[in-house]
Design a protein around this ligand. Structure first.
Ligand code: SAM
Length: 279
């Protein structure tokens, strides 16, 4: 008989399509937990069947979470409770963060079993910068709210990641094109499943492609960050230097303008000296 799990909350990531992506550790926790808190018991039952496990399940979803949370927290004091969503990592566009917060407040041990997440899988497929990204979840479905949210995101200097569904994809891409301009983007569909596909292009190209024919399946949109600000022209740099020289000595003026324009400080110092001699 397998060893009993320590009481507490276990956050278990499950596959986003390919059942072979379930980690051994995740399968072990799902097999041994006293109870599973699940979004949809029919979906999790299939996963349990796949690993040959049978565990008691309690529904935990947007519609009953506030009501059942106190009981789940109480059970975590003496039992192991594993939280799973229908697919991927719980809490990521899925219920769970309040459960984690309240478990922490109650001094309950919280353990995560990391694994698949569609947002992370999509950014690895997109061929866009990965050093800084913002996960924006689902855009609002109403046009005005969606445009407002996109306008707010337009200023963010990071790759943007959105979740979408096939029927809404065309409208979402058109709104992104409208609000963000001609940025590079990728549409990753059915990741890890039979009909997996990633299409890349500009937002304009992708919006045209999907305007008429909404694709089937689950979708992630990845959008490149805004382009680097344009390099300041020679005239702009001279104007900034002249202005700085009215207030500062050449070395300090060069430092100030280097900070503002990104131009080389030594080149700016030489130019400042030349301007001082022949303004
Ligand atoms: N918790 C999940 C995760 O870790 O990715 C996300 C749950 S959210 C309710 C479901 C959305 O995730 C879908 O509408 C889709 O945008 C995205 N998604 C999930 N599985 C996917 C897949 N295999 N391929 C592409 N997108 C997927």
């Amino acid at each position: 008989m397998s060893e009993r799990l320590e009481p507490g909350l276990y956050i278990v990531a499950t596959p986003i399509g390919n059942l072979a992506d379930l980690s051994r550790r995740a399968a072990d926790i799902l097999t041994r937990a006293d109870v599973l808190a699940v979004e949809d018991s029919r979906v999790t039952a299939k996963l349990l069947h796949h690993i040959g496990a049978r565990r008691p399940m309690l529904p935990y979803h947007d519609h009953n979470a506030d009501r059942v949370r106190p009981d789940l927290i109480a059970r975590m004091c003496t039992e192991s409770v594993a939280l799973v969503s229908d697919a991927g990592t719980p809490l990521i566009s899925d219920p769970g963060y309040k459960l984690v917060r309240e478990a922490r407040t109650a001094g309950i041990a919280v353990t995560t079993i990391p694994g698949p997440c569609a947002a992370i899988a999509a950014i690895t497929l997109a061929g866009l910068p990965t050093d800084r990204f913002l996960f924006a979840g689902f855009l609002p479905s109403k046009a005005k709210a969606r445009a407002d949210e996109i306008a707010e995101l337009a200023k963010v200097r990071a790759t943007l990641i959105f979740y979408e569904s096939g029927p809404r994809l065309g409208a979402a891409l058109a709104a992104l094109h409208n609000g963000l301009g001609e940025r590079e983007a990728a549409v990753a569909r059915e990741i890890s499943k039979t009909f997996e596909e990633t299409v890349t292009g500009t937002l304009g190209e992708l919006s045209t492609r999907y305007a008429e024919t909404p694709p089937k399946g689950e979708i992630v949109i990845v959008v490149a960050p805004p382009g680097a600000p344009e390099a300041a022209s020679e005239d702009d740099v001279d104007a900034a230097l002249r202005d700085a020289l009215t207030r500062l000595p050449p070395a300090k003026a060069a430092g100030e303008v280097a900070k503002a324009t990104g131009a080389d400080r030594r080149d700016l110092y030489a130019r400042a000296m030349a301007l001082k001699k022949a303004p």
